[in-house]
Design a protein around this ligand. Structure first.
Ligand SMILES: [Zn+2]
Length: 289
């Protein structure tokens, strides 16, 4: 007897954006500055309630970068967060309060992915163990050079954290090579954490099926746009210091293309790709009962 895996209602939310010349994120890209949306995915599980994959930006980013040396971060990546784009506003528009969010699945610790954690008073957190281990002994300057601002993490972060790799490990099978394993985060097969190495110490992608039964791989910063994996275009060498492991990043980028070629129905969702965010529109749009 086959067990039915719960389908997830997915809302891709743009929670602020920063501006860069495109060529920094995509080799050979345009020289003009372009907007890079920051993604938070609202994931409504039929029985577990509202979860988030990352948070995007929040007012805390401004506070955490008010002083030197953190101010440099704000200068290098000018951030905008319109009132209508705050997480609170976009969740409320869907009938969800910040306190309703039960869990945040953290792809990695870069500031544009975790800036809103302090606004979610009841949420527990999930991340890969090695990503969190990178916080140990991290100085302010050391964090800054890796785009990590520890001030964004709630004081009780450690107490609310569960390691994603403590969940049941499952083999993904040949369709997913070179990504060979994942972690069944909720124990029902609905949300599978998939390690996507290279960008940070231990970046966590997320595999799920949405309400239209479409497979989605939320890929965070394993690629910065759909074009990057389609055309196998690496970022500029200027972005190299930000990467934990440049060669692993390249292998992951190639892996994404291989997986997408084998599974044309799969939608890969980078966290900063305006095209992908615009294109995703599930037909099931009614609010959760
Ligand atoms: Zn990142």
């Amino acid at each position: 007897m086959t067990r039915t895996v719960p389908r997830i209602e997915v809302h891709l939310l743009q929670v602020g954006h920063c501006r860069h010349p495109e060529w920094i994120t995509l080799r050979g890209g345009r020289w003009t500055a372009a907007e890079f949306p920051a993604l938070a995915a609202l994931l409504i599980h039929p029985t577990r309630g509202a979860l988030l994959y990352d948070t995007g930006y929040a007012a805390h980013f401004e506070q955490a970068t008010a002083r030197f040396p953190e101010k440099l971060y704000r200068w290098i990546t000018p951030v905008q967060l319109a009132p209508a784009q705050t997480l609170q506003h976009q969740l409320a528009a869907r009938g969800i309060a910040l306190g309703d969010v039960v869990r945040v699945l953290i792809s990695h610790l870069h500031a544009d992915h975790v800036a809103g954690l302090r606004d979610l008073p009841r949420a527990r957190f999930s991340a890969l163990r090695a990503e969190i281990a990178g916080l140990a002994g991290l100085s302010r300057l050391g964090g800054l050079t890796r785009a990590i601002l520890p001030a964004l993490l709630p004081e009780d972060f450690a107490a609310r954290l569960d390691y994603a790799d403590d969940a049941r490990c499952i083999a993904l099978g040949p369709l997913w090579a070179p990504f060979d394993h994942g972690y069944d985060l909720l124990g029902d097969g609905s949300l599978i954490a998939v390690p996507l190495p290279g960008h940070s110490r231990a970046q966590m992608g997320l595999l799920l099926r949405d309400r239209d039964d479409r497979p989605l791989l939320l890929a965070a910063d394993a690629c910065w746009s759909a074009r990057a994996w389609c055309e196998q275009r690496m970022p500029s060498l200027l972005a190299r210091p930000l990467m934990h492991d440049w060669h692993a990043y390249r292998a992951t980028l190639a892996g994404l293309q291989a997986v997408a070629t084998r599974q044309p129905e799969l939608l890969i969702v980078p966290s900063h790709c305006a095209e992908t965010l615009r294109a995703y529109a599930p037909t099931m749009t009614e609010a959760a009962a």
